[in-house]
Design a protein around this ligand. Structure first.
Ligand SMILES: [Fe+2]
Length: 201
């Protein structure tokens, strides 16, 4: 494994998340844990590395240590994980909100400098997505704070909060369910709920 491929252990990832939650407590912690558990289960069934899936899900929103930030949580998560020596996780922080690979598809406030926005745009558009990027995009959109939820409901919730959810982004995000159902030969909701349907969460 070269340095680019380093990822934190589960224990280290848990302590990184715990430290971030001390700075900015909130439901995003439970959401991140649900994303980690669902990513591990779906990723394992899709033939991906379960540890990498778990820590990617756990840390995808780590930029929220900065407080009540919107686009900035993506930027700061990317930079923070890069600084920690975990660029594969930094990349996940950057790509997780962009099933549609365009910065302008982001629904929240662009609470960054023009230079930071341009830096993000260039990096995002240079990435060729792999199944880890796609998996965390999927799990971000089925993981509520209370448990796994239907993607349609989560998208409706996000759209109501941000008053912006482009149709193309919605279609690309929903397509991830079919993509991973096919990859796993299973049902991503059953996998992520350990056999229970989402109606029981
Ligand atoms: Fe998230």
């Amino acid at each position: 494994m070269n340095t680019y491929d380093r990822i934190p252990s589960r224990e280290e990832a848990e302590s990184i998340l715990a430290a971030a939650l001390e700075k900015n407590p909130g439901k995003w912690g439970a959401h991140s844990r649900n994303a980690a558990v669902s990513a591990e289960a779906i990723g394992w069934a899709a033939g991906l590395d379960p540890d990498r899936c778990y820590v990617s899900g756990l840390l995808h929103d780590i930029g929220r240590f900065k407080g009540q930030v919107q686009l900035a949580h993506i930027y700061h998560g990317w930079k923070y994980m890069d600084e920690c020596g975990y660029p594969l996780i930094g990349r996940i922080c950057l790509t997780h909100s962009f099933a549609m690979q365009k910065l302008t598809a982001y629904g929240g406030a662009f609470d960054l400098t023009a230079e930071q926005i341009e830096e993000m745009r260039a990096e995002l558009e240079s990435i060729v997505y792999d199944d880890y990027d796609r998996l965390i995009q999927l799990c971000d959109n089925i993981s509520g704070a209370s448990g796994i939820m239907r993607m349609e409901d989560r998208i409706a919730d996000i759209a109501a909060r941000y008053h912006h959810y482009p149709e193309e982004k919605r279609n690309r995000t929903l397509a991830l369910v079919d993509y991973f159902n096919k990859k796993t030969g299973s049902d991503i909701y059953l996998l992520s709920c350990g056999g229970n349907t989402v109606d029981h969460y």
